[in-house]
Design a protein around this ligand. Structure first.
Ligand SMILES: Nc1ncnc2c1ncn2[C@@H]1O[C@H](COP(=O)(O)OP(=O)(O)OP(=O)(O)O)[C@@H](O)[C@H]1O
Ligand SMILES: [Mg+2]
Length: 360
């Protein structure tokens, strides 16, 4: 805006100057020509000089404004290049050793403390979390408890201030961020779609996926009919407006399921979808958990109850962990969360809370 404003001022001043000069030449010249001091041909010559001046003057003012916007653009580019780079691997980067027993932990947080900016409150405070190689781990807790922060740390969007994170027993600093991230599939809390077609959105985690795989995951998230109804099918360009919030969430889920990564991270991935779709997604998460690790953050009871292990977080700490039944007995906060969740929706089979069967 500043550049446009300067351009307007520069052009106005330059052109007004030239026009005023022409008026002055014409007025003064006419007086002098009448008095016989100069020839009329001299006056005409002067006028032509003034006209030729207009081109260079306007070019000069345009160059000045081009320079202005160039300087502004350069400043923005510098802001981007000044962002600190991600820490590289400290040890010589080798292929991660995918060792460990099949029953062992795939990722582990040991005494991890993390904060978003120096001097602010710690988002996580000495947190220990172990994610087994197979099975479904659910994280629950009030808003702001640090659930998303745990996933950000696993994906290395955030570096811990204290403590260690290990994947297959190998500490994170020994690996490059890319090596860590290729083991995860992630559905964010606010699921973005990227510019491009639906197909590009689905396969960017696994570019070699074939048609059958794509159809399978679309069925799993109950998006197949919606896609068939589209004129261009999978090649429909996706912009943020053409898909609803729930549909975008399902695109993101399908993308994550297609990756077949070692660890699937879902951050409230079904918060905007209907109950039938959610049940379908819960089923496919269940199947996924039989062969890989799944970590979900959910505010819905139906997703949490089926989990093999539930971690209750509060104020950046792990407050309790166990099964649904165990936590109902032992943890007051979990009981409170479940009681509040039950108002929102009751799962059909809930062995831990028989009194819930009547509602819904
Ligand atoms: N990008 C950020 N910059 C600064 N502080 C942040 C940022 N993201 C989260 N926090 C802070 O870290 C704490 C934990 O946030 P986190 O996003 O992990 O909560 P959450 O458990 O995922 O909550 P919700 O259920 O609302 O998603 C909060 O106190 C929050 O204010
Ligand atoms: Mg969150």
């Amino acid at each position: 805006m500043r550049a446009v404003r300067r351009q307007a001022v520069a052009l106005t001043v330059a052109f007004s100057g030239v026009q005023l000069a022409i008026i002055a030449i014409l007025g003064l010249g006419a007086v002098r020509a009448t008095g016989g001091a100069i020839e009329v041909s001299t006056l005409v010559a002067f006028l032509l000089y003034a006209f030729t001046l207009m081109g260079p003057v306007s070019e000069l003012s345009q160059s000045v404004t081009a320079l202005q916007s160039g300087v502004a653009a350069a400043r923005r580019i510098r802001e981007v290049t000044d962002i600190p780079l991600e820490p590289a691997a400290s040890a010589p980067v080798s292929a991660p050793a995918r060792s460990g027993s099949p029953g062992g932990a795939v990722v582990e947080l040991r005494g991890v403390t993390a904060r978003y900016a120096p001097g602010t409150r710690a988002a996580l405070d000495s947190v220990d979390i172990t994610v087994p190689r197979r099975g479904h781990t659910a994280i629950v807790g009030p808003s702001g408890a640090g659930k998303t922060t745990v996933l950000s740390l696993l994906l290395r969007f955030l570096e811990p201030e204290d403590g260690r994170i290990l994947i297959d027993g190998q500490p994170y600093p020994e690996l490059s961020p890319a090596q860590v991230r290729e083991r995860f599939a992630y559905v964010e809390q606010d699921t973005p779609v990227v510019p491009g077609t639906l197909r590009e959105n689905l396969v960017f985690g696994r570019p070699d996926a074939d048609e059958a795989d794509i159809r399978r995951v679309l069925r799993e998230v109950r998006l197949a009919d919606r896609v068939d109804a589209l004129e261009e099918g999978l090649d429909t360009p996706l912009d943020a407006t053409s898909f609803s919030g729930g549909e975008r969430q399902r695109v993101a889920l399908a993308r994550a399921l297609l990756c077949s990564a070692d660890v699937l991270l879902l951050d409230e991935a079904t918060s905007q979808v209907d109950a039938i779709t959610e049940a379908a997604v819960t089923d496919s998460v269940r199947r996924h958990a039989d062969r890989a690790a799944v970590v979900t953050i959910a505010h819905r009871l139906s997703t949490v109850i089926g989990a093999d292990r539930i971690i209750v977080m509060e104020d950046g700490r792990v407050r309790a962990q166990g099964t649904h039944r165990g936590l109902l007995e032992d943890d007051a906060l979990y009981r409170e969360l479940v009681a509040a969740l039950r108002i929102a929706g009751v799962p059909e089979a809930d062995p831990g809370v028989p009194e819930a069967a009547s509602a819904g």
